[in-house]
Design a protein around this ligand. Structure first.
Ligand code: PEP
Ligand code: MG
Length: 605
């Protein structure tokens, strides 16, 4: 199990943490605590008998560091003079400081933890103290302290911390926060679940976890600092619960529930091949959302009738550099071929806000959600945009492809984009490439301004796809990644419902099809409202498609319309949610479990 000196779990009390369930499924397993700093020093307990050993390790690390610093100081004095060498004198002085050393020893003794954890903690606290001082003479010392900590830690754990790959067990990764690229970079064969203290339901980490079929809970607020590697937990990604050191009965209970859900999922899978038609004969198209070309297989397995959203930005996040035209093309072509004639909507790169490339993160924006992101970024980085457009167009020679622009806020962005697409078409033609000259060009409607001028935009585009994740974020001024306002993130808010209604009306007026590809499309209560408001295409996380099909087949469009009409007349999202929840649970009792939770929510694994 865990590497390291004399490590063993000493916690034995069951404790329950609540967060936001973002990817369903129940897992019982051992945790791997991911540090949120560059160096990974997890909090690890040791057996009480090993405390002395930890103190000896600490002493050795300090002695070696002082010896090393003395050599560095002497060399610096020779090369750069006395004054320049003084800094190392300060470092040596700190390591000889009894207060600092005493604080580290106290953490080891009191908390029964490894020397490296205690060093990292105490140095971190000292750095925070210096950082908070008004006098800049102190704040500049923060880097010295970080440097010094790093030197001591190198003698304790080597130049790198423990890596996930060193662990022999399948891990439930616990982190304060994960970036989408970290999530994408996990060895998928080793990570069985994810739990983070930060993040909201539609954060991209959550979306990626769902796409990978890894159960996940975010917004746990204070779990991360409480766990050590190897602790046993139950993670319930449907209810958003993590239970630490569960007792035998609790484990049994959750495991049997997981079996029940698995069996139910088998039933749902049988539904995958059925037509999603309402009881009064309205056909609803159910498509899948994907982040990677390989997920196309999953979409088909779960009965998706095509791909309604390919989030291509993950091609940029997976590597260190921008993907080449050929890399784009291979991904899109593979998707088109797997879909064998079914539709594929490729969204152009939607980077920014919580999805950053290495290059972007070097220039942090003050307010990235409102910054240079998505279509704005593409229109300012034309060579990059054109690489992607060329690849999408070339892929369109192999099957039905639609091109979708993200985060459109005005008609001029559409016109500019169309202009660039025409240029790219001309280039491709001159070069002899095949492509679909009539390919549909549509937009995400995910910003209130676009929804409000939908009737104007409808003259310029071939389709609309409502992105409720961002539409809710921007309409309600609620950061979709911030767990502290997660309870305010309400797709059922009447303001959002009214925007959806108006977009559908504007689309119908001009014969522009309207779909929804935000997470709301895969939420049963919201799916009913969307259908009631006139949306006829739902693009969802592949695993939830069978459940949504089942729902469609058990309700009439007339019922959906009446529910939506009533819902939109309420004053608040709470009233809407309560009303829809209550009606659906009464009318379709078999679709909900004893917790009142929709039963078609567990991705097969
Ligand atoms: C949305 O905003 O609803 C959407 C589907 O796009 P993303 O989640 O990728 O921002
Ligand atoms: Mg969006």
């Amino acid at each position: 199990m865990c590497g390291g000196d004399g490590v063993s779990g000493i916690r034995n009390e069951m404790e329950r943490f609540s967060g936001i369930g973002v990817s369903p499924g129940i897992v019982v397993g051992r945790v791997f605590v991911l540090d949120d700093k560059a160096r990974r020093i997890p909090r690890r307990s040791v057996a009480p008998k090993d405390i002395d050993h930890q103190l000896v390790r600490l002493n050795e690390a300090f002695t070696l560091s002082v010896e090393e610093l003395e050599r560095v100081r002497d060399q610096a004095e020779q090369d750069m003079g006395r004054e320049a060498a003084q800094i190392f004198g300060f470092h040596i002085g700190m390591l000889r400081d009894k207060v600092l050393r005493g604080s580290i020893e106290k953490v080891i003794n009191d908390e029964v933890v490894t020397a490296e954890y205690a060093v990292d903690r105490v140095f971190g606290e000292w750095a925070d103290r210096f950082r908070s001082m008004e006098d800049s003479a102190f704040t500049t010392k923060v880097n010295d302290i970080t440097d010094l900590a790093s030197r001591v830690l190198t003698h304790l754990v080597g130049s790198h911390g423990h890596e996930l790959s060193e662990f022999e067990y399948d891990a439930i990764v616990v982190a304060r926060e994960l970036t989408p690229s970290q999530t994408v970079g996990f060895d998928r064969s080793k990570v069985v679940a994810i739990a983070t203290d930060l993040g909201g339901k539609t954060s991209h980490t959550a979306i990626v976890a769902r796409a990978l079929g890894i159960p996940a809970v975010v917004g746990l607020s204070r779990l991360w600092g409480k766990l050590s590697d190897g602790d046993t937990v139950i993670l319930d990604g449907s209810r958003g619960i993590v239970i630490v050191e569960p007792d035998y009965d609790t484990i049994e209970h959750y495991l049997s529930e997981e079996v029940e859900r698995g069996n139910y999922q088998m039933t749902l899978r049988e539904l995958a091949s059925l037509e999603p038609v309402t009881t009064d004969g309205t056909k609803i198209e159910v498509l899948g959302n994907i982040e990677f070309a390989e997920e196309t297989k999953q979409v088909l397995e779960y009965g998706g009738e095509g791909v309604g959203l390919f989030r291509t930005e993950f091609l940029y996040l997976a590597g260190e550099r921008e993907p080449t035209e050929e890399e784009h093309y291979n991904a899109y072509r593979s998707c088109v071929e797997q879909l064998a004639g079914r539709p594929l909507t490729i969204r152009t790169m939607d980077l920014g806000a919580d999805k950053y490339t290495q290059a972007q993160s070097l220039n942090p924006e003050r307010n990235p959600a409102l910054g240079l992101r998505s279509i704005r970024y593409c229109l300012k980085n034309l060579p990059m945009f054109k690489h992607q457009l060329r690849a999408i167009l070339r892929a369109s020679a192999h099957g039905p492809v639609k091109l979708m622009l993200p985060l459109v806020t005005s008609v001029s962005e559409v016109r500019q984009s169309r202009h660039i697409i025409n240029d790219v078409m001309e280039d491709l033609q001159d070069e002899g490439h095949l492509f679909d000259r009539d390919l549909s060009i549509g937009i995400m409607v995910e910003v209130p301004s676009a929804a409000l001028v939908a009737s104007t935009l409808a003259r310029e585009v071939d389709f609309f796809s409502i992105g409720t994740n961002d539409l809710v974020q921007y309409t309600l001024a609620v950061d979709r990644t911030n767990e502290q306002v997660a309870d305010l993130f309400a797709p059922s808010h009447p303001a959002v419902l009214k925007l959806v209604r108006d977009v559908v009306r504007a689309g119908r007026h001009r014969d522009v099809p309207v779909s929804c590809c935000g997470e709301a499309a895969g939420d049963p209560d919201m799916a009913v409202l969307l259908m009631g408001l006139g949306v006829r295409t739902l693009s969802v996380t592949p695993g939830v498609a069978p459940g949504i099909k089942r729902l469609i087949r058990s309700i009439s469009i007339d019922r959906c319309e009446r529910l939506a009409k009533k819902a939109i007349s309420f004053d608040s999202d709470t009233e809407v949610s309560m009303y829809v929840r209550d009606r659906l649970r009464k009318e379709l009792p078999e679709a909900y479990d004893s917790f009142g939770q929709f039963r078609g929510d567990k991705p097969g694994r």
